[in-house]
Design a protein around this ligand. Structure first.
Ligand SMILES: [Zn+2]
Length: 316
């Protein structure tokens, strides 16, 4: 049996799991990132975490993988740019590899890595080609074609959150207007929930957040929906409409076997997934029953990045 370390480098925590070639997690742990420290110290901590966990599990590592936020040159393992960590051209892969005594280390963007994790050990396990969409603060994604990660030239691609679904629409963080992310992220859902509440002082949503607009979360509108609130139902309906447009674009571009929906908003489960499936079906190009695309909830949750990083190490 071969063993690998999957390291998920986040803005707050570094998570690591020791995973065998079948995707079984032997042990996992997390430590604070301390991202304001020099990157060399963060890299040293990552290597130390991986080696100490491998030692505790009593196994020798065949390799390690790292999922990192930002633009990553996965060929060289260099973090080209990370807004999150404020890193520029950091040779993370090489540094962690040296600290692990020459163990091979591969690095990729965290959302891309998570897509691999879901493909091999999550909701995509029975498929060859999947697109993973994560609905969080932003909209991230990863594309796996015939079992291989598709990252575009110099791994700069798969930014599915920054494809426009409404020209001249909502301002996006990337500078463009009307991006998928500006409508389908948790941030967008919160924005629309607040807007609807301001326009509807009688909505039950006010009760749900105790009259405090600052307490609105991604799940608030879903809570309202379950409480039978019409305003909340309207917010969710419009949110699902936008999400469906973006997912239908993905289907028309790649026609994968499945689109996997992850991230915080996906926790809503069927209240999100059932109407999303119905709407996407009406939008996809082609004959309805010929090569249907399955729209599934991702299953690995917060561990997708860790599993994905381990997949990188397995050279999947
Ligand atoms: Zn954008």
């Amino acid at each position: 049996m071969k063993y690998y370390a999957g390291l998920d480098l986040g803005g707050t925590f570094i998570k690591c799991g020791i995973v065998d070639e079948n995707g079984k997690v032997l042990i996992k742990d997390k430590i604070p990132t301390g991202g304001d420290r020099p990157w060399e110290r963060v890299a040293a901590d990552m290597a130390k975490l991986a080696s100490s966990l491998a030692e505790k599990a009593g196994v020798k590592l065949c390799g390690a993988g790292i999922g990192s936020p930002g633009l990553i040159d996965s060929e060289s393992g260099v973090i080209v740019y990370s807004n999150n960590l404020r890193w520029n051209y950091v040779p993370l892969g090489k540094t962690v590899s040296e600290a692990l005594g020459g163990t091979p280390v591969r690095v990729a963007n965290d959302a891309n890595a998570a897509a691999l994790g879901e493909k091999y050990f999550g909701a995509g396990a029975e498929f060859d080609s999947v697109v993973f969409v994560t609905l969080g603060t932003g909209v991230g994604g990863g594309i796996v074609i015939n079992g291989k990660l598709f990252e575009g030239n110099r791994s700069a691609g798969a930014e599915i959150g920054h494809t426009v679904i409404c020209m001249g629409g909502e301002q996006c963080t990337c500078g463009r207007k009307g991006c998928f992310e500006a409508y389908a992220s948790a941030t967008a859902l919160i924005r629309e929930t607040k807007k609807a509440m301001k326009n509807n002082p009688d909505s039950k949503l006010w009760e749900i957040v105790g009259g405090d607009l600052d307490k609105v979360e991604g799940k608030t509108a879903f809570d309202g929906l379950h409480a039978g609130d019409k305003v909340a139902a309207g917010v969710i309906d419009e949110y699902v409409n936008c999400l469906a447009e973006g997912v239908a674009n993905i289907c028309n571009e790649f026609h994968p076997e499945a689109v996997l929906i992850g991230g915080g908003v996906s926790a809503a489960g069927d209240a999100l997934m059932a109407p999303l499936r119905e709407k996407v079906k009406t939008l996809i190009y082609g004959v309805a029953d010929y090569a249907p695309v399955q729209i599934l909830k991702a299953t690995l949750g917060n561990d997708a990045g860790m599993f994905g990083a381990a997949c990188l190490a397995m050279e999947k």
